[in-house]
Design a protein around this ligand. Structure first.
Ligand code: ARG
Length: 588
């Protein structure tokens, strides 16, 4: 369906033309004075220059041409030359009825679908998920859903961190504990065991132990670096251990992401990109782009317009070891080869921005991507505690994701039990569903690039701009609809009638913005725009609800019309929260 602003713009364009002016001046926007009008056109001001007339004169001419409009009512020219617009009640309800009939609520699919890869999550294997990874998972999941809803072919890749020093540390520590295992015997020729020689609980203990040791003992650290190097050179026993570490770690990660309703299409990692490195580096050398500098292999990526120093991109260290940058470049090579994306979006902590500037520039300069392949860095800010510093546990350690979620669920459970009596089991389930909305909405309602304060009290409150408030509104609609059905009501096929009061009209106007909000949220990769939209709808709906009789309406067709408006509001809200990555319970 055409967006409502497009329809109005066409109407105004016709009026400009009829009044003898160029249509290009007919740009319509949402009004910045909602007390006076709903939409406005300021084109008369710009047209005044071309036609050497007073803007108000032009505005009046356009207004005159709109006298018979079926879409616009009460159009006014206001000094110095604004055109204030209001839509007619019939046009508004007609638009909503068309939305109701459409299974995409009037939002058209992209005409030229793109293949988009979203690189998000980015957990490091064998290290527990911490809150830093939470934002990437939440934002990336929502961006993926928004892009998919827009009609694009979207591939979400978790891009595991499975190629760093942490692997060498684990191997070394394990070797100290169980030296008899065949993985450590360089002459071993047989097949390695199927089963991993550790559980996830052991693995999660091994890494921090080894990491602490390496900080104290220089020799231990060097041995770990050596093990990492040998792993990277392909030592068979270590490769087999890597497989075990991955298996155990990934099945645990999958469990955690499932709880978050985060779902990846690909479970690839840094290690998958390694085979592409030698050829990639060779080609860069051959093209004369990569050269040796102080023993390391680098590519210059400075550009004339740079206002700050952009250091060269390092590909190989003097000992031949590859780096984080090398891996990301090789991952681009792999992705282009296997999936041919038109765009790759990286949802990563904004403190890694310089790394991605280097990777993107180097990829372009060396022709790893097509000239029109878009590389997008969606950097997010830090999640802080109430003290304004990066979120920590009460003891001051790094907060693990599970603890954070259980804190939220505990607080939510208290609130749920206080709201109405219900069985323990139901309360636990409801608290989980609502708790997830608290965490996700608390995060997504902020512009991604900004830091924000994680405030359990505020996020779990059912009042204010929170996930639980949105869910309360949806549950309220569900309960009215249920009551209506239980008393034998059926509004199938009924039409939404013209509004009767200002609150109803305000709700209707908001609903018509659905397709335009979806489009902006996709274009700007901005879930916070979806949050802001549903917060406005929830407010408008609750106002309408408090001042309007719904089930007690005497006039049957009016009652049905109101029920239909509720159904449409619910569909819009539910579609939006699905794009944010959470859902509403039946009751709260
Ligand atoms: N594993 C990385 C970290 O924990 C994040 C990975 C981000 N994605 C990427 N392609 N570099 O910091």
């Amino acid at each position: 369906m055409k967006k409502i602003l497009e329809i109005i713009t066409e109407e105004i364009a016709a009026a400009f033309k009829a009044a003898g002016y160029d249509e290009k001046y007919a740009k319509v926007t949402l009004s910045n004075r909602p007390d006076l009008c709903e939409y406005q056109c300021n084109g008369a001001m710009a047209a005044a220059k071309e036609y050497h007339k007073a803007p108000i004169q032009i505005a009046e001419g356009v207004v005159k041409a709109l006298i018979d409009s079926k879409i616009l009512l009460d159009v006014q020219a206001v000094t110095p030359g604004f055109i204030n617009l209001k839509v007619s009640a019939d046009f508004l309800s007609e638009y909503l009825n068309k939305m109701s009939e459409d299974n995409r609520l009037g939002y058209e699919k992209a005409k030229a679908p793109k293949t988009m890869m979203i690189d998000y999550g980015g957990p490091n294997v064998a290290k527990p998920l911490h809150v830093g990874h939470l934002r990437s998972a939440i934002i990336g999941e929502s961006v993926k859903r928004i892009a998919r809803f827009a009609g694009h072919h979207v591939i979400g890749d978790v891009h595991l961190g499975d190629w760093g020093l942490q692997m060498g540390l684990i191997i070394l520590e394990l070797k100290g504990r169980k030296p008899e295992l065949p993985y450590f015997d360089p002459d071993y020729q047989g097949a390695y065991p199927e089963e991993a020689p550790f559980t996830i609980a052991e693995l999660e203990e091994i890494y921090p132990t080894a990491s602490a040791k390496s900080k104290k003992e220089e020799a231990y650290k060097e041995a770990a670096m050596q093990a990492t190097f040998e792993l990277q050179q392909g030592r068979a026993g270590y490769q087999a251990l890597l497989k075990h570490i991955l298996q155990v770690s990934v099945s645990d990660l999958k469990k955690n992401y499932k709880k978050l309703q985060v779902d990846f299409d690909l479970w690839k990692g840094e290690s998958d990109a390694q085979p592409y490195i030698p050829e990639m580096v060779e080609a860069m050398k051959e093209k004369g782009l990569a050269y040796e500098s102080e023993g390391a292999l680098v590519v210059d990526i400075k550009e004339e317009s740079d206002t700050k120093e952009i250091p060269p991109c390092m590909l190989l260290k003097s000992d031949g070891a590859s780096l984080y940058t090398t891996t990301d470049l090789a991952t681009i090579v792999e992705r282009m080869k296997l999936y041919h994306p038109d765009e790759i979006v990286y949802v990563v902590d904004k403190r890694q921005e310089m790394h991605f500037i280097q990777v993107f520039r180097c990829a372009r300069k060396c022709g790893l991507v097509e000239p029109d392949t878009k590389l997008t860095f969606l950097g997010f800010g830090t999640m802080n505690g109430k003290d304004g510093r990066p979120f920590k546990t009460r003891e001051g350690g790094v907060m693990r994701l599970e603890y954070l979620l259980s804190d939220i669920n505990e607080e939510m459970l208290k609130k749920v039990k206080n709201s109405r009596p219900m069985a323990e089991e139901e309360a636990v389930d409801v608290a989980k569903v609502v708790g997830l909305s608290a965490v996700k909405y608390g995060d997504l309602s902020n512009q991604a690039s900004k830091d924000y304060i994680f405030d359990v009290d505020r996020f779990t409150s059912s009042e204010g701009n929170t996930g639980p408030y949105i869910l309360y509104t949806i549950v309220r609609i569900k309960s009215i609809l249920k009551k209506y059905e239980e008393t034998g009501g059926c509004a199938d096929g009924a039409l939404i009638r013209a509004f009767e009061n200002e609150n109803e009209k305000a709700l209707m106007l908001l609903l018509t913005r659905f397709n335009s909000v979806m489009e902006t949220a996709y274009e700007e990769l901005a879930p916070h725009k979806v949050c802001a939209y549903i917060y406005e709808i929830a407010n408008a709906f609750n106002k309408f609800y408090h001042e309007t009789t719904i089930l007690g309406t005497e006039d049957e067709t009016l009652k049905k019309s109101r029920i239909q408006l509720l159904v449409l509001s619910k569909r819009v809200l539910e579609t939006c929260i699905e794009l944010l990555g959470f859902e509403a319970p039946e009751r709260m």
